[in-house]
Design a protein around this ligand. Structure first.
Ligand SMILES: [Zn+2]
Length: 418
């Protein structure tokens, strides 16, 4: 039995103690029974583990070579560069890069990842490596795999068959990229196929949807309608939807009501799309973000993801979800004081809802003792200070623990000059 004391629990300000036995939370409250081991958290904020709801693990660390150089900084050139890069991909190379990417994310407090894996590859090399890692690492990190046709479901010959193969092999979600197909009608066909495959194989849906500044890219409308008809909105996510940030207000108003009805999830990728979008604009220059603020204020579920770690689309990225949150709330202008108190939801609960893991996620009695200790005393302070993760605990055990931060700066030296 372990007792964590002096905790400030996110979304549960009444309790300060957590009692854990065999990796499961037994009690949450105050003045709980003594335990063999007691850990004083010194008033720090405890949050459920970070969820990265959108990442491409097969691409990580491929951004450095000449083949990967993306001169225009656009999504479309990134796809062309990846086409060349992946020709040299081997199973061992893919698996070792993926492992390193997962380690980077886990070292920043992520315990749940949804990764898209490109299935436009007759050998399905990346998928095979990812399936192995998902199993090998399941005690440390929960991974969902999206069968993702990066080069188009119809633009790439044989992609639909490869999608089906990937779903049979164990991918969790059906992906798509309708805005990349060669004609709008093919994009619409791909959305229909995505929903058809999800129903056929009983899988979740996560579509790269309208990742363009073109306000007429409106595939999200068909996706939303189809999943609403099938009543699988909560099992569906639309990633990016950048064009919705450029769309006409009358269309957006109509769609907002329909999104509320379908309860479909949205995923925004703030750093990635701030970098990739607006590339055809002079000034004013768009920042590539969907209508995050309006989704949030209308109760439509939206989470943030990292998307890329050093790949042909985006040179930076390190799995630090606090950095993603920081960028996202600035770009979305969701920084009123009440919003700052709850915006950690973007990288925790909202991501869990998108992944359909709500029943196992969160700091609650009877659930696995999975949580983070942040170097801050409140949600507001955590966001204001971009707080570091001091410890990540999974099934009651440390995935990592950092020493107490200490500083050698002699502040008295500065005082006389102020
Ligand atoms: Zn993506």
């Amino acid at each position: 039995m372990i007792k964590f004391t002096n905790a400030n629990i996110y979304r549960n300000s009444d309790a300060t103690e957590i009692l854990v036995k065999d990796g499961v939370i037994q009690q949450i409250g105050n003045n709980l029974p003594a335990a063999e081991e007691e850990i004083d958290l010194k008033g720090r904020l405890i949050v459920p583990p970070y969820v990265d709801s959108h990442l491409h693990l097969d691409y990580v660390y491929t951004g450095g070579g000449d083949d990967a150089k993306n001169a225009t900084g656009t999504l479309f050139e990134g796809i062309a560069r990846w086409h060349d890069v992946k020709k040299t991909q081997t199973f061992e190379d893919a698996k070792s890069r993926m492992l390193k990417g997962i380690q980077e994310e886990v070292s920043k407090g992520v315990q749940y990842i949804r990764t898209h894996i490109d299935v436009c590859d007759p050998d399905l090399t990346g998928l095979k490596a990812m399936l192995e890692l998902r199993e090998e690492l399941k005690d440390n990190v929960t991974i969902q795999i999206v069968a993702f046709p990066q080069e188009g479901m119809y633009a790439y010959k044989g992609a639909v068959e490869l999608m089906e193969e990937a779903l049979k092999m164990g991918a969790d979600c059906v992906g798509g990229i309708p805005h990349f197909e060669w004609a709008y009608e093919f994009g619409q066909d791909s959305v229909r196929k995505t929903v058809e495959l999800a129903l056929k194989y009983d899988k979740l849906i996560d579509v790269h949807c309208d990742e363009t500044d073109d306000p007429m890219s409106r595939h999200v409308q068909l996706l939303n309608a189809l999943v609403m008809i099938e009543d699988i909105g909560t099992r569906t996510a639309a990633s990016h939807t950048c064009s919705f940030g450029s769309a006409d207000d009358a269309y957006a108003f109509r769609m907002m009501g329909l999104f509320e009805q379908s309860q479909m999830n949205f995923i925004a990728l703030p750093t990635e799309n701030a970098y990739l979008q607006g590339r055809q604009d002079t000034y004013p220059k768009r920042r590539g973000l969907t209508r995050v603020k309006e989704f949030w204020e209308n109760g439509i579920n939206i989470s943030f993801g990292q998307d890329s770690i050093n790949d042909p689309w985006y040179p930076a990225g390190n799995g630090n979800m606090m950095n993603i949150l920081d960028n996202g709330i600035h770009l979305a202008q969701t920084m009123s004081l009440p919003q700052l108190d709850v915006c950690l939801d973007f990288i925790t609960f909202n991501g869990a809802k998108t992944l359909n893991i709500e029943e196992e996620y969160g700091i609650e009695v009877g659930r696995a003792a999975n949580f983070l200790v942040l170097d801050a005393i409140s949600p507001f302070e955590a966001v204001r200070q971009r707080a570091d993760v001091l410890a990540s605990i999974r099934n009651g055990k440390y995935l990592f623990k950092k020493p107490e931060p200490s500083y050698d700066i002699e502040l008295d030296l500065f005082r006389s000059t102020i």
